[in-house]
Write a protein that binds this ligand. Structure first.
Ligand SMILES: O=P(O)(O)OC[C@H]1O[C@](O)(CO)[C@@H](O)[C@@H]1O
Length: 506
């Protein structure tokens, strides 16, 4: 029996033993717990003291990771072994941001990454000098969410080009993005690893038409399929940046897919973003599991899912600039870990990914927090705070911190009352992650932390985190149904036929 087969039984035994121990009791029992269960890596501090495990449960969690050979599996990833077994591909996003491996495949990938980055730097410089004021980045999923988050989180006010994102195939998205832009002062970037994604091709065509003559000189592309942008849009090789099959879409913002990020924050800041991620890479590969931040994060996720059976996980940044973090993490985590088959094709032993969702504090305190405090389902959460604010509004920043501290305390400790309507049970698990400031280095480190945590969860569950066959069926059906929308075919499914009849009325 492997560690993965035993995961539920092992952890449930500990959960049963701990079922009456609230996190407040665990903290009270061990005065040093508040500091013992905290780790710092570069600009990131994380405190796990308010999770519901104790020392023996943690030992069991790290034991499971060790038995699944987590260190060896990390090394295999960094060295460029074909760990994406179902597609026979290496997974080398770490080589995009540093040279943490001397293995030939990783070195080769790193050299290619440096060459592509140098070319991207030249394109950034020429666009900076061109008088272009606005950039429209067209892509979807991994070719959109990462750059969109990083640009929204890191862009300053002033001098640099404004970067806009167009992803949804809904024409209202294009209308909103293009309203108010001037085609004569706008450049476009089409980002698609495959260059076959319906949304991106349709929106790319729409953007090219809107740009008119300017498209001939100011349309750029990023793709692993470099022939297609030239064929389909006439974009010359000098304006096409490469991607490779060893970079998964949702792990690609560190590659030329980050072109919009570099345009929004400048090349130097983009390099700092990569350096922050590389710092986390060095940590995850070197630190023993018990002092390893991504391993702690992964162990905690596994505890909450397999030990306690929690079906969702909230991510709650207390910083307006991280408003898009939960959208980005939804793809990273759920596209990677939403699997039911083990690596050998047999069914998984227990539950894999919970539903990830979230939103920014303090707004969410006034929307869904009621359910987090008193609902019947317990929802574990990552609270993310930024130590140093970047506005002159010191009182606001203090209030933001006071709210973050208050909420995590209330979730853990609760408050007794004879009136059930007014009682807070407490014992609701949270991890608090604090970044020294929201700069490129810290954001890079944070996102790399989540990437490694995702991989380590996949190792414990024995699933492949790097394919996404689950999204294919919907894509195939949509292409098959497209002719039905213009009356050229009739769908076979009776419910689809009834729905189409309603749509045709419009
Ligand atoms: O970059 P592409 O090839 O356009 O793909 C976009 C996205 O579509 C998916 O394949 C499926 O949603 C993602 O994994 C990917 O990031």
């Amino acid at each position: 029996m492997t560690a993965t087969d035993r995961i539920d039984d092992t952890l449930r035994a500990h959960a049963e033993r701990l079922k009456h121990a609230r996190t407040a009791d665990l903290v009270a029992r061990s005065p040093s717990r508040a500091n013992d269960l905290a780790l710092r890596v570069g600009p990131i501090y994380a405190n796990f003291a308010r999770q519901g495990y104790d020392e023996p449960a943690l030992e069991a969690l790290f034991g499971l990771l060790r038995e699944a050979d987590a260190p060896g599996r990390l090394r295999a990833q960094f060295d460029g072994e074909a760990i994406n077994l179902t597609e026979g591909r290496a997974v080398l996003h770490t080589a995009l941001r540093g040279d943490t491996s001397q293995a030939p495949a990783a070195r080769e990938a790193h050299a290619q990454a440096l060459e592509a980055r140098a070319r991207m730097g030249e394109l950034v410089a020429s666009l900076e000098a061109s008088g272009v004021t606005d950039i429209v980045s067209v892509g979807i999923g991994g070719s959109d969410l990462g750059p969109r988050l990083a640009v929204d989180a890191l862009q300053g006010v002033g001098a640099r080009p404004r970067v806009h994102f167009l992803s949804n195939v809904d024409g209202h998205a294009a209308r909103r993005v293009l309203a108010g832009l001037d085609p004569a002062r706008t450049a476009g970037i089409l980002i698609s690893k495959t260059f076959s994604t319906q949304e991106t091709l349709l929106n790319g065509r729409l953007l090219a038409e809107w740009m008119g003559e300017a498209a001939a000189s100011r349309l750029y592309a990023v793709s692993a399929n470099t022939a297609r942008p030239a064929e389909a849009f006439g974009i010359p090789p000098a304006r096409i940046l490469p991607m490779w099959d060893w970079v998964g879409g949702r792990y690609s913002l560190w590659s030329a897919v980050g072109f919009p990020i570099a345009l929004a924050i400048g090349m130097e800041a983009f390099e700092a973003f990569l350096a922050g991620a590389a710092e986390m890479d060095a940590h995850v590969i070197e630190a023993p599991l018990e002092r390893n931040l991504p391993a702690w994060h992964a162990a905690t996720a596994i505890w909450n899912r397999n030990g306690l059976g929690h079906a969702t996980h909230a991510v709650l940044p207390y910083d307006e600039r991280l408003k898009l973090l939960s959208n980005y993490l939804q793809q990273l985590v759920m596209e990677s870990l939403g699997k039911s088959a083990r690596r050998d094709g047999s069914p998984v032993a227990g539950d894999t990914v919970p539903v990830w969702w979230g939103g920014v504090g303090t707004d969410t305190q006034h929307s869904f927090f009621q359910a987090l405090h008193q609902g019947t389902s317990i929802i574990p959460a990552d609270f993310i705070g930024i130590v140093r604010g970047d506005t002159p509004h010191v009182e606001n920043h203090r209030a933001l911190h006071a709210n973050l501290l208050a909420q995590t305390e209330a979730f853990a400790n609760g408050q007794a009352s004879d009136d059930l309507h007014r009682a807070y049970a407490g014992g609701r698990p949270t991890t608090t992650i604090l970044l020294d400031s929201l700069d490129p280095r810290a954001l890079g480190a944070l996102l790399a932390m989540y990437e490694h945590s995702v991989y380590l969860q996949s190792v414990a569950w024995d699933i492949n985190a790097f394919d996404q066959f689950g999204v294919e069926l919907g894509k195939q059906l949509a292409s098959r149904l497209l002719p039905a929308l213009s009356g050229e075919a009739e769908p076979e499914d009776p419910v689809t036929r009834a729905l189409l009849a309603e749509l045709r009325k419009g």
